[in-house]
Design a protein. Structure first.
Lengths: 556, 115
């Protein structure tokens, strides 16, 4: 308990120092939004890793693997393979096309105000959803680590995380945020690597032995090492749900605004591409390590013990750390627990800072400076507005997270990926590569994809938890039965943490909207494009943009 | 709402003019798209095949290859391997076939713009 606070305080002190240092070299809008475009590909690649590897992917994936075996691995594969789309089609061209935000790249050839409004709204929605998931997750991780269960503690954690992230962003801008992400990524990689080596040492560095022990201790036997324990386990709809999830994961990354803005922090398109290569190496190795950690937790802690501590499995990595250090109550055990706990905090802080910066940029640069003030804002004034926007956006995120603290918000991460793939990706890809594409196409694609994804989630089992063949009735505890207002023996509840009702059946059977909303986004963008008049000046704007994206001539 | 009628509104595409018509731009575009587009299609197809197998071909995925290693684990690790491989192949291709041409064109164009 005390060592965790000491280690975490060291991280906070270090990052605050870095932020203050970065603030002295942050003057122009270029510095604030894009870190002066002065980072090297390696630095940016590590920072991308720090931005992307959230607590959900560290604690969450290790936890899903520890509880459901192979199906947790499916997540990490989708998260990694997705980077190829960013590498092959997006990173370089987008770097040349834009300045600070995703909207900059689109408005290079499309009509300024409507497209910037749409893309700014979509950026803020995606980032805020992701942010709420991270902050509410932070609150439950902290209560797990420090073993405090009170509601007030959760609120204080959210407020503290919020205050730190606002400070990083408002004071340090992109430079400060990037360094926080770099420090965090290094810590996370070192922490995961140490644990990985310790796990493998227990099994004589024999992967077969680890897999065998994990299957035995999971209580699921050989099926633990195969797909099907968590996803697609019931009827045909649940199998489609797995495909829908896979689609959103692989197409979402290249449309996540907080990832896209990282490409602007390096000087050239080549450097942006090289950053993605570094990111792929770092993220790939990290996910391979989570596989070892997840199976290690199943083998050494046991799936039943992990599930008992927290039904979502989030405590798998920390429990494993304790066992690896020598067990509960030993000096080594509590040190390892403290160390991994502090790494988890650092992870959350770095990710929320990146998300806050991204929504701040879209708020200040897209909506305020260019839509409301029509571009008539000086660079100094815009930086000042951006700093205040960070406070406003951060405070809003804190307020939303506090009111959502008791809800099961894990679905918001998957929803953010689905929106990114449905609303942002069509506009980005068509804008970069389709000469005929136009403003109406961008608007229909963005609003269509965004609307479809949000609407489908509102109709899904996430919100309506009634038992169906897809979501069979679950065993209720006295608490969940009370929250749902049904007797403990009731068989009407399929999802006890549903947002609106536990007993009303969902009109739309899939939890993940991607399978429908991604085609809706692309088709809407295509129909919008083809129904609008083709204008020669728009073709010309594309030709100019293409010369810029291909060669970098005239890029900032 | 006459703009909703395709036949009335689609005027023929204008041919590129100026620097956009330069054959070297066309060459660069061809080289970039010739690698990036098929490779994107290939990795997406391979990934989706894998996900579909996970959802629908569970007996096949459960087959043991050796020891505890089954087809599902092997294909999953295969996704990692191809991701690393494609990233490496693209960076080699880009530094050999794209970057020199792009750099030459950028120097020329930025020089013209400065004058």
């Amino acid at each position: 308990m005390t060592s965790i606070i000491v280690i975490f305080s060291l991280f906070v002190a270090l990052t605050l120092g870095i932020t203050v240092r970065a603030s002295r070299r942050t003057r122009s809008a270029e510095d604030f939004y894009a870190g002066g475009r002065s980072f090297t590909p390696l630095q940016n690649g590590i920072a991308i890793g720090g931005d992307y590897m959230s607590a959900a992917s560290f604690l969450g994936i290790a936890g899903i693997i520890a509880l459901s075996g192979y199906d947790g691995f499916l997540y990490s594969i989708g998260f990694l393979v997705a980077w190829l789309l960013a590498l092959l089609l997006v990173a370089g061209p987008l770097r040349n096309a834009g300045r600070f935000t995703m909207a900059d790249a689109l408005t290079a050839r499309l009509r300024e105000r409507p497209v910037r409004t749409a893309s700014g709204i979509s950026t803020i929605v995606v980032s805020i959803f992701y942010l709420i998931a991270q902050m509410v997750g932070a609150a439950s991780v902290v209560s797990l680590l420090l073993d405090v269960k009170s509601d007030a503690a959760k609120i204080w954690v959210i407020v503290a995380v919020g205050a730190l992230m606002i400070f990083y962003v408002a004071v340090g801008g992109m430079k400060g945020t990037t360094w926080v992400q770099i420090v965090k990524a290094v810590l996370l990689m070192v922490g995961a690597a140490v644990m990985c080596v310790l796990v493998l040492a227990r099994f004589h560095f024999d992967l077969g032995e680890l897999l065998g022990a994990a299957a035995d201790k999971s209580g699921k036997g050989a099926s633990f090492l195969r797909p099907g324990l968590k996803y697609g386990a019931t009827d045909g709809w649940s199998r489609l749900d797995l495909i829908s999830l896979g689609l959103a994961l692989v197409l979402g990354t290249a449309g996540l605004p907080h990832i896209l803005v990282r490409f602007y922090t390096v000087p050239t398109a080549q450097a942006a591409r090289k950053s993605v290569n570094w990111a792929i190496a770092i993220i790939g190795v990290f996910y391979l390590m989570t596989l070892v950690l997840g199976f290690g937790a199943a083998a050494l802690v046991g799936s039943a013990a992990i599930k008992k501590a927290d039904p979502s499995g989030n405590s798998a990595a920390t429990r494993l750390a304790e066992v690896l250090g020598g067990g509960h109550g030993t000096g080594g055990g509590s040190f390892m627990l403290a160390f991994i706990g502090a790494v988890a905090f650092a992870t959350i802080l770095a990710v929320v800072a990146g998300l806050t910066l991204t929504s701040t940029s879209s708020f200040a640069h897209d909506l305020y400076a260019n839509v409301i003030k029509r571009g008539k804002v000086g660079g100094q004034e815009e930086t000042k507005v951006a700093k205040w926007s960070a406070v406003v956006v951060g405070a809003a995120a804190v307020a939303l997270s506090i009111s959502a603290r008791e809800l099961n918000v894990a679905f918001l991460v998957a929803l953010a990926f689905a929106i990114a793939a449905s609303a942002n990706l069509p506009a980005i890809l068509f804008s970069l590569f389709w000469r005929r594409f136009n403003t109406r196409g961008a608007l229909w694609g963005t609003y269509g994809g965004l609307g479809a994804a949000v609407l489908l989630v509102l109709l899904s089992p996430v919100c309506w938890g009634g038992a169906t063949t897809t979501k069979p009735s679950t065993k209720l505890t006295p608490e969940t039965a009370a929250t749902c207002g049904v007797p403990v023996k009731s068989t009407a509840v399929g999802n006890a943490t549903a947002l609106f009702s536990c007993t009303v059946k969902a009109p739309f059977p899939l939890e993940n909207p991607g399978l429908v909303s991604i085609p809706v986004g692309f088709v809407a963008a295509a129909i919008g494009t083809l129904t609008a008049r083709r204008r020669p000046e728009e073709d010309q704007a594309f030709d100019e943009l293409e010369v810029r994206t291909l060669t970098g001539a005239g890029a900032v | 709402m006459s703009s909703l009628h395709l036949s009335e509104t689609s005027s023929p595409a204008e041919a590129p003019t100026g620097i956009a018509a330069d054959p070297r731009i066309a060459l660069l575009r061809r080289r970039f798209r010739g690698f990036a587009f098929p490779m994107t299609a290939a990795f997406l197809l391979w990934y989706l095949t894998y996900v579909v197998l996970c959802a629908y071909a569970r007996d096949f995925m459960a087959r043991a290859v050796f020891g505890h290693l089954n087809v599902a684990l092997l294909l999953g690790l295969g996704q990692f391997a191809t991701t690393f491989g494609i990233a490496l192949a693209f960076s080699r291709y880009a530094s050999r076939r794209l970057d020199p041409l792009a750099d030459a064109l950028r120097t020329e164009l930025d020089g013209k713009a400065a004058r």
